[in-house]
Ligand binder design. Structure first.
Ligand SMILES: NC(=O)c1ccc[n+]([C@@H]2O[C@H](COP(=O)([O-])OP(=O)(O)OC[C@H]3O[C@@H](n4cnc5c(N)ncnc54)[C@H](OP(=O)(O)O)[C@@H]3O)[C@@H](O)[C@H]2O)c1
Length: 236
């Protein structure tokens, strides 16, 4: 399929911040691939956005399954021949209030598999494709919980997974720096009203999505390899 529109892909986009990001990337003129591990939920979400006249298609993706990521990579390569924007948004938050000494190791591994290895698989699949075209914007949706300077012990697995995601951001940004227009950044959306954030959260999904959209649409002289909240650099 040939199109002049930028092609954007969002992980974990059947609900929450990822869903809102799909809507807003479509609003700025991109063709959006909404992905979800549950096909029925993802199809439903994409269909709801199409009813709002957004240019959104669906593809199944479990980010923790390297084979699933590879099938998606092959689909994107065959269908579009490129990917312009990648938003690594999918995550789980499974250990609030559970001591690092008491949590199940299986929960720790699941958290790392989705929150860290999922983004690693996605970067390995899609950043080389971006490098071929010498253009790309990667936005890793992290959290203040992953900032080493303010890290506590409230959500051990989640916090460590987001710190690893931040480290991945630095490594990938450095790998592509200098010879192509690829920006790789990480960000915290703040406390957002979603299934993860809960009803008492202070921000709407649109407020949480704002910095993601800004990073996804950075100009060529924009920043790379940095950690943001509210469009401002924050400490690691
Ligand atoms: N909400 C907040 O206050 C807050 C604060 C800081 C950072 N964040 C970050 O913002 C991002 C979005 O969070 P949210 O609040 O929108 O969370 P959410 O409502 O819980 O949505 C999480 C999404 O990730 C998907 N997901 C989970 N495991 C997956 C897998 N293996 N493969 C593909 N998708 C998977 C979920 O799919 P299912 O529906 O199938 O479970 C869901 O679509 C996350 O990275 C989160 O860590 C959120």
């Amino acid at each position: 399929m040939t199109t002049d529109k930028k092609i954007a892909l969002v992980t974990g986009a059947n609900r929450g911040i990822g869903y809102e990001v799909c809507r807003e990337l479509a609003d700025v003129g991109m063709q959006v691939i909404l992905t979800s591990r549950d096909a029925a939920k993802g199809e439903g979400a994409a269909e709801a956005l199409r009813r709002e006249s957004k240019d959104v298609s669906f593809h199944q993706l479990d980010v923790s399954d390297e084979g699933s990521v590879e099938r998606l990579r092959q689909f994107v390569q065959a269908e579009y021949g490129r990917l312009d924007v990648l938003v690594n948004n999918a995550a789980v938050y499974l250990d609030e209030g559970v001591s690092v000494f008491d949590s199940e190791m299986a929960m720790f591994r699941t958290t790392m598999d989705i929150n860290f290895y999922g983004a690693l698989y996605m970067c390995r699949a899609f950043v080389p494709m971006m490098r071929e075209r010498k253009y790309g914007r990667v936005v890793n949706v992290s959290s203040g919980s992953g900032a080493l300077n303010e890290m506590d012990s409230i959500t051990p697995a989640y916090s460590i997974s987001k710190a690893a995601l931040n480290a991945l951001t630095r490594v990938v940004a450095d790998q592509v720096k200098g010879y192509s227009d690829i920006k790789v950044n990480t960000m915290c959306p703040g406390w957002v009203q979603t299934d993860m954030g809960g009803k008492n959260a202070t921000r709407t999904p649109a407020e949480g999505a704002d910095t993601i959209i800004w990073l996804a649409t950075l100009p060529s002289d924009g920043p790379t390899g940095l950690f943001f909240r509210d469009r401002q650099v924050i400490e690691w």
